[in-house]
Design a protein around this ligand. Structure first.
Ligand code: GDP
Length: 303
C-alpha cells in the first residue's frame, strides 16, 4: 500500500550506503529521492516540505550526531541506517499522535456519526465499526440516515442482518427526525452505541452540509468520523477541510488503502488538517478495519 513511497526511501538508502557521514550534500541528494516519491504518491505539497525540513534538521542536528557516534564516541552507526531511523521518527511525528479510542457520551447511548462523500466506503465502514464494537461486548444500533438512495438503506439492513445488529430505518422520512427518533429508541433499548450512516454526495455541497449540521445539533454525537477513500490522494485534504469547517470532525477513517499503491492521504491528513486518522479500511469484508498506528505504518513504509 505504500509501494511508491517505499521506493523513494529505498533509493535514498542506497545512495547513502558506503558514505562516510551524513553531510549536508549527501542528505540533500537522498532527500531528493524521497521528495520525488512523496510527490508521486500524491502527498500534499506542503506536507512534503514539512517532512523534508524535519528530516534534514534531525539529520544535521547535534543530538543525532551523538547517536551516530555513540555516547562514548566509539560506536559507529552506518549513515543509511541512521537516515532510516530519522525518517521513521519524522513519519511518526507527521502522522501522529493518535488515540484510537472512541469518545463516550457522559451518560446514555454514545453516538457515532459517519459522514463522507458517496462511494467513500461509509456504509461498509459503519458495518465494520459495528462489528468491532460488538466484538468488544457493546450493544450497537445502526441508523439508515441516507434516505436518498434506497440501495443504501438496503445495504445497511443486509449488514445489520449479517451482524445480528438492529437497523433503524424509516424510508421517506426526514433524516434529522430519523436520527433523533433512533437515538431515543436506542436509549430505551439500553444500547451502548448508535451509528448514524448519513447521506453522501458526489461532491461537497451546501445542502448536504446543512443536513449534516442539523443532524449533529439534534443528536450531539460524541464522535463524528469522516470516511475518505485513499484513492483520491491529496484531494483528501480539501475534503477533510470542507467537512471540518461545518462539523468539527473528531477523526478520519481512510478506506481502500489495500488497493492504493501510493498511500499519500495517510501522510497528509493529520499534517494538513490537524484531524487524526483513527482507522484504516483494508478491504471490503467486515473484519478489514485496522486501528491507525503511525509506528506500524512508518515501519511498513521504510521496509
Ligand atoms: P458509501 O457510498 O460511502 O456508503 O460507500 P460503500 O460503503 O457503499 O462502499 C463503496 C465501495 O467501496 C463498495 O464496493 C465497498 O465494498 C468498497 N469498499 C469500502 N471500503 C473498502 C476498503 O477498505 N477496501 C476496499 N478494497 N474496498 C472498500
Amino acid at each position: 500500500m505504500f509501494e511508491t513511497i517505499s521506493k523513494g526511501f529505498r533509493a535514498a538508502r542506497e545512495r547513502l550506503t558506503g558514505k562516510g557521514e551524513l553531510s549536508e550534500d549527501v542528505i540533500d541528494a537522498a532527500l531528493k529521492d524521497v521528495r520525488l516519491s512523496l510527490l508521486e504518491a500524491d502527498v500534499e505539497f506542503r506536507t512534503v516540505k514539512k517532512f523534508l525540513r524535519a528530516v534534514k534538521a534531525k539529520a544535521l542536528g547535534e543530538e543525532v550526531q551523538l547517536v551516530a557516534k555513540g555516547k562514548d564516541g566509539k560506536v559507529r552507526v552506518r549513515p543509511e541506517d541512521h537516515f532510516v531511523h530519522i525518517c521513521h521518527e519524522a513519519l511518526v511525528e507527521l502522522m501522529g499522535p493518535v488515540d484510537t479510542s472512541l469518545a463516550r457520551a457522559n451518560k446514555g447511548v454514545t453516538g457515532i456519526m459517519m459522514v463522507g462523500l458517496q462511494g467513500s466506503g461509509k456504509t461498509t465502514t459503519t458495518g465494520k465499526l459495528a462489528r468491532k464494537l460488538q466484538k468488544e461486548g457493546h450493544k450497537v444500533m445502526l441508523v439508515a440516515a441516507d434516505v436518498y438512495r434506497p440501495a443504501a438503506i438496503h445495504q445497511l439492513q443486509v449488514l445489520g442482518e449479517r451482524l445480528g445488529v438492529p437497523v433503524f430505518a424509516r424510508p421517506g422520512a426526514n433524516p434529522v427526525d430519523i436520527c433523533r427518533d433512533a437515538t431515543e429508541q436506542a436509549a430505551m433499548e439500553g444500547m451502548d452505541f448508535v451509528l448514524y450512516d448519513t447521506a453522501g454526495r458526489l461532491t461537497v455541497d451546501d445542502a448536504l452540509m446543512e443536513e449534516l449540521e442539523k443532524i449533529e445539533s439534534s443528536v450531539h454525537p460524541a464522535n463524528i468520523f469522516l470516511v475518505i477513500d485513499a484513492m483520491i490522494g491529496q484531494d483528501a485534504v480539501q475534503t477533510a477541510k470542507a467537512f471540518d469547517e461545518r462539523l468539527e470532525l473528531t477523526g478520519v477513517v481512510l478506506t481502500k488503502l489495500d488497493g492504493d499503491a501510493r498511500g499519500g492521504a495517510a501522510l497528509s491528513i493529520k499534517a494538513a488538517t490537524g484531524k487524526p486518522i483513527k482507522f484504516l479500511g483494508m478491504g471490503e469484508s467486515l473484519d478489514k478495519l485496522e486501528d491507525f498506528r503511525p509506528e506500524g505504518l512508518a515501519g511498513r513504509i521504510l521496509g
